[in-house]
Design a protein around this ligand. Structure first.
Ligand code: GLY
Ligand code: MN
Ligand code: MN
Length: 349
């Protein structure tokens, strides 16, 4: 059985549980490798049950070897209750962030009174924060095609093109290469770039504009997320100064990254530098985030993050300065935490 499943089982004793019900598809995909939808996973010390319905059971049976596939005939709640009773489970753990109140109530009702439901938070997400080699390999693959997208963008971002026209071309490019985005791209030109997550508009790009492109590609569920700035002509002095400050803030933060460092200290390294440059008030979001099967996952690189960096984490580092009504600059790269420090994975771009 895979190491991540074993890690999860090791936490059973701490929470005094003898089984865990995983109700989040991303976490199930992580534990099983199966790109599932609308399923649950019941993990016992020696058995694993994948619960699904007739839409998915045939495909799931083809995929799974040692995991039992249960086709829920009535409801998932009843199937869990049957299994829990058959396997004599007394305390069933679940993640409070992934079970809505209505489902919790239905589950409680379906279980016999002898079974205690124990709420936990983020057990699997904490395990996911440290990537396995195959996960880093998938992220590298996503970045490889991501690089091709940026090369392509360089050829199509031209004065006269509207933001939505660039998006349309980029979408066709991605589709033609049988790839997918990891989130809807952000293409923000001129003053639109002062909104960190601007919506794509019909604004036409002008001579001497800057264009912010934040996008991501997904390979086997694993995601990339980078932001690049494109300049179309002369770069005004203030824009150049801001770009240099943002790039330096990013370099300083990346240089801080190594196992054992507090995530919030990496954030404050970039934040303090931008404050020194009198730009601190314009850096309105956190410095970065973990990334993997989800675009935003643990650990957060923010002033409030409780996380300590560990070898194998993959992070974005994305300082930004947004001057209202004028322009915004964000530079976002992805790094792998290694024993020697941060290795920039997006270095080719
Ligand atoms: N594109 C979302 C982010 O950079 O976090
Ligand atoms: Mn991004
Ligand atoms: Mn990001």
């Amino acid at each position: 059985m895979n190491a991540s499943l074993q890690k999860l089982r090791l936490s059973f004793a701490k929470y005094s549980i003898d089984a865990f019900l995983v109700t989040d598809d991303v976490n199930i995909r992580y534990l099983t490798g199966y790109p599932c939808q609308e399923s649950w996973l019941l993990i016992l010390p020696r058995h694993v049950y994948y619960l699904t319905d007739s839409r998915y059971s045939l495909d799931a049976r083809r995929h799974f070897g040692r995991i039992n596939v249960v086709e829920c005939k009535k409801s998932a709640f009843d199937s869990v209750a049957d299994l829990v009773s058959k396997r004599k489970v007394h305390s069933l753990g679940f993640d409070e962030r992934h079970l809505v109140v209505v489902s919790f109530r239905r589950l409680k009702k379906a279980l016999t009174r002898k079974v205690r439901l124990i709420g936990t938070q983020g057990l699997i997400e904490n395990i996911r924060a440290v990537k396995r080699e195959n996960e880093v390999a998938a992220i590298r693959k996503a970045l490889c095609f991501h690089n091709e997208c940026y090369q392509y963008l360089k050829t199509i971002i031209r004065p006269g093109q509207a933001e939505h026209q660039i998006l349309e071309k980029l979408e066709r490019f991605v589709l033609r290469h049988q790839q997918i985005f990891s989130f809807p791209p952000i293409i923000a030109s001129g003053p639109n770039s002062c909104l960190p997550h601007a919506r794509i508009s019909d604004r036409k790009i002008k001579k001497n504009d800057l264009v912010l492109v934040d996008m991501g590609i997904e390979v086997n569920g694993y995601k990339s997320d980078l932001t690049r700035m494109f300049f179309l002509g002369k770069i005004p002095h203030l824009v150049r100064e801001v770009c240099e400050a943002v790039a330096q803030a990013q370099r300083l933060a990346i240089a801080q990254i190594k196992p054992g460092v507090l995530a919030k200290d990496v954030d404050s390294c970039a934040r303090n530098f931008l404050k020194e440059k009198k730009l601190g008030a314009y850096f309105s979001h956190s410095l970065g985030h973990g990334i993997g099967l989800e675009v935003h996952e643990k650990p957060g690189l923010s002033p409030r993050s409780p996380s300590v960096l560990e070898k194998g984490m993959v992070l974005t580092v994305e300082p930004g300065v947004y001057i209202p009504g004028r322009f915004g600059v964000r530079i976002e790269d992805m790094v792998l935490v290694t024993s020697q420090g941060a290795k920039v994975l997006s270095g080719l771009i």
